[in-house]
Design a protein around this ligand. Structure first.
Ligand code: 5GP
Length: 187
């Protein structure tokens, strides 16, 4: 049995990471998905325990105090965090796990699990495309959109240190490239 990998996928907001992760999970139903905890409001179609564990700020802060998070970030007035028990469960079962986290979370997971982690940064073909995708998505009001756009330079800079960088110019091609990286690392 191959050693399980923690496949950590990050991108700037609007980088197309969610579509790539969805396609990768369809191709690899044997992979676990790390369901994060968050205090953000549920979007239409999201379910507690599937996309996220949707918690109150008090509940989230209790997890921090109890040291139950492998990493967490506080941005856009919202907490996001990876549950240690999710990672431990996958590793104990010898199963690889996919993470959808921000660039700082990706760095923290690599620090905590250096041997198992494979970081993949999904880069946009250009900053213009990135901004257009984020605006077209329409999930944010103006203020939130502005805050997400303001993070782009930091996110692009952080991405340079990742183990792998995949340019999302074409979804199918990008998925194939991510799949090839993952498959190689599992051998
Ligand atoms: P969204 O609100 O659009 O679902 O996610 C916003 C950002 O938070 C995305 O970049 C997403 O990858 C990131 N995120 C989701 N879960 C976690 C987590 O557990 N830890 C960290 N550090 N970031 C997360």
């Amino acid at each position: 049995m191959p050693t399980p990998c923690l496949i950590v996928i990050a991108s700037p907001s609007g980088g197309g990471k969610t579509s790539i992760i969805r396609a990768l999970r369809e191709r690899h139903p044997e992979f676990e998905f790390s369901v994060s905890a968050t205090t953000r409001t549920k979007r239409p179609g999201e379910e507690h325990g599937r996309e996220y564990f949707f918690l109150t700020t008090e509940e989230f802060e209790r997890l921090i105090a109890a040291d139950e998070l492998a990493e967490h970030e506080h941005f856009y007035d919202t907490y996001y965090g990876t549950l240690k028990r999710e990672v431990d469960r996958a590793l104990a079962a010898g199963r690889s796990m996919i993470f959808d986290v921000d660039v700082k979370g990706a760095r923290s997971i690599k620090e905590r699990y250096p041997r198992e982690t494979v970081q993949i940064f999904i880069a946009p073909p250009s900053m213009e495309v990135l901004e257009r995708r984020l605006r077209d998505r329409g999930t944010e009001d103006d203020e939130k959109l502005r805050r997400r756009l303001a993070r782009h330079p930091m996110e692009m800079e952080a991405g340079r240190t990742f183990d792998h960088i995949v340019v999302n110019d074409d979804l199918q091609r990008a998925v194939d490239e991510v799949d090839a990286i993952v498959t190689t690392n599992l051998q």
